[in-house]
Design a protein around this ligand. Structure first.
Ligand code: HEM
Length: 516
């Protein structure tokens, strides 16, 4: 079986699934040829011996084929945009620890078992190695004019440590984030005004996910660039739309480059070109925004707290200018979708708990600006957000290369093993949480065993943990409180969720914001 054959077939099959449009238009290829290719694949799958030697003794997992490893599964049995369901299915078939094999023959161990997961999350590595996204690495290394490194998200070792130390101390400081609260209040108020303007008479807001994307964009840019950019004005500028869709394309291309056929490594396929286009669009727009922010700060005295992060990054003599720019790009890219998806998931889950919405409302002042004290006096807000992160985290697993050997059951995994820590799947297992599949914020106020709080890690763990965590939590608490001060949230049916490298709601999402 040839690799292009499998690729061809998988895209042909995908077209029946109404997955994202195929990257290459194969519609002209006759069905007969594709049926033959399918037969060849099936025959080869039956006849080829599994590569047993690659797996540690007793680790279960799907059959690995020569040259393809176990990746063929994502081009046949599973859909790439439903990867979260694929992993749930594999955990059912092979148990809570199983191994996949990459086309290059490397082992990838997926873990949803509590003690093994805790062991991975506890690893005290000084320079944790999170496997980089190869397509980003390849592209950025091909553009030394723009990138001095592959960036904070993808660098490793000492280079990563240097970037992390110089780029994130402001972002993770409680002082900076507290100083941002007045601005965040005003951003949230503008978001509410936008929602008011878009609400139909019965309270329905169509395309709610796109509005949350704009909220993510405005708040992350406000935090990073120290200036308001107008993404929450009623009519979205072409630039905001272009940035939002480039960020989506960027995540999707990363997903397809990892789980799809690795042809992009040998030739500039349409997948690679799509990735490059998205990276270039983001680079161009963020560069413009940075320039505008810089000239505004030169012209007018602005709120210090709001400018802290951007100005300090720009002024840091330890960093190459290209790294500064790449950092702002990476922060903005890492922040928009994650924040927007998390807000949609939170409101969707809460829509099934009217009693909890009322409880939140009863703990809040009727209206006006919210300060940290008011939020702290409303524990039900924190519980609602924690529980949404437990049940529906936008980043459902963490990737690591093991720093030291680790024993999982009867298997010893050598240092350097690629591990996927499926915190999301583990949090939905009954042995880890009481009534694990239900959205029950009360579990964070009155604990009911089992309650494996240590495996809830929506922002990762250890030294590579998300530097945006403090900011995001504050923002989600604030926006949730403000929405529930005004409206109750209703949603009919079940939210369709897809895997775009992050878990995302299938767009467009409509929900109702109804007057109390
Ligand atoms: C709901 C929102 C967010 C979620 C759920 C989220 C989640 C994550 C996760 C799971 C990681 C990987 C951590 C690990 O490997 O241990 C990560 C890394 C990262 N996040 Fe976030 N994130 C969010 C928002 C943000 C925001 C707003 C920013 C920037 C302002 C940001 C910047 C980053 C960066 C730069 C990294 C890479 C850190 C490193 O490798 O050292 N994230 N995030």
């Amino acid at each position: 079986m040839s690799l292009p054959g499998v690729f061809l077939f998988s895209h042909y099959v995908e077209s029946f699934w109404s997955a994202p449009p195929p990257l290459v238009d194969w519609s002209g290829v006759p069905t007969l040829v594709l049926a033959l290719v399918a037969l060849v694949i099936a025959a080869t799958a039956l006849l080829t011996r599994p590569i047993e030697g690659k797996k540690p003794a007793r680790l279960p997992g799907p059959v690995a084929l020569p040259f393809l490893g176990t990746r063929w599964l994502f081009w046949s049995r599973y859909r790439m945009n439903k990867l979260h369901e694929a992993y749930e299915d594999m955990f059912r078939r092979y148990g809570p620890v199983f191994a996949e094999v990459t086309p290059g023959g490397a082992l990838v161990v997926s873990i949803a078992e509590r003690s093994a997961l805790e062991a991975v999350l506890r690893t005290p590595a000084k320079r944790p190695y999170r496997p980089p996204t190869e397509i980003v690495q390849v592209y950025r290394r091909s553009r030394p004019d723009r990138y001095a490194s592959t960036g904070l998200v993808n660098e490793q070792g000492e280079k990563w440590f240097h970037l992390r130390r110089h780029l994130t101390s402001e972002l993770t400081s409680p002082h900076t984030i507290q100083g941002f609260i007045p601005e965040l209040n005003s951003i949230c108020d503008d978001f509410l005004n936008l929602l008011k303007g878009c609400r139909r008479p019965d309270g329905t807001v169509y395309g709610f996910d796109q509005l949350t994307n704009r909220m993510g964009l405005e708040s992350v840019c406000g935090l990073m660039l120290g200036t308001r950019l107008g993404f929450l004005e009623r009519w979205m500028s072409g630039r905001a739309a272009a940035l939002a869709s480039a960020v989506k394309a960027h995540f999707r291309a990363q997903r397809d480059s990892y789980y799809g056929a690795p042809l992009w490594k040998f030739a500039p396929t349409s997948l690679y070109k799509t990735f490059v286009r998205s990276e270039e669009t983001i680079h161009m727009i963020v560069s413009e925004l940075m320039e505008e922010a810089r000239s505004r700060t030169r012209g007018a005295a602005q709120d210090d707290a709001m400018q802290e992060i951007f100005l300090k990054i720009l002024a840091n003599p330890e960093l190459d200018m290209r790294d500064k720019k790449a950092a702002v790009i990476d922060f903005i890219t890492a922040g928009i979708e994650t924040l927007a998806n998390s807000l949609v998931f939170l409101l969707y889950l809460l829509s099934g708990r009217m009693d909890w919405q009322q409880r939140i409302r009863s703990e809040l002042p009727a209206c006006g600006e919210l300060r940290v004290e008011e939020l702290s006096a409303a524990p039900s807000v924190r519980a609602a957000v924690n529980e949404a992160f437990r049940l529906l985290p936008t980043a459902p697993f963490l990737a690591r290369l093991l720093d030291a050997p680790m024993t999982v059951g009867d298997n010893r995994l050598p240092a350097g093993t690629f591990v996927l820590a499926h915190t999301g799947a583990a949090c939905r297992r009954e042995e880890n949480f009481w009534r694990a599949s239900e959205y029950l914020p009360e579990r964070w106020i009155n604990v009911r065993e089992p309650h494996a709080a240590g495996i809830v890690a929506p922002f990762g763990r250890g030294r590579r943990m998300c530097p945006g965590k403090r900011f995001v939590e504050l923002e989600l608490h604030l926006i949730l409180a403000k929405i529930l001060q005004h409206w109750r949230v209703e949603y009919d049916g079940e939210l369709d969720i897809q895997f775009d490298f992050l878990l995302s709601p299938k767009s467009p999402v409509s929900l109702r914001l109804v007057e109390w």
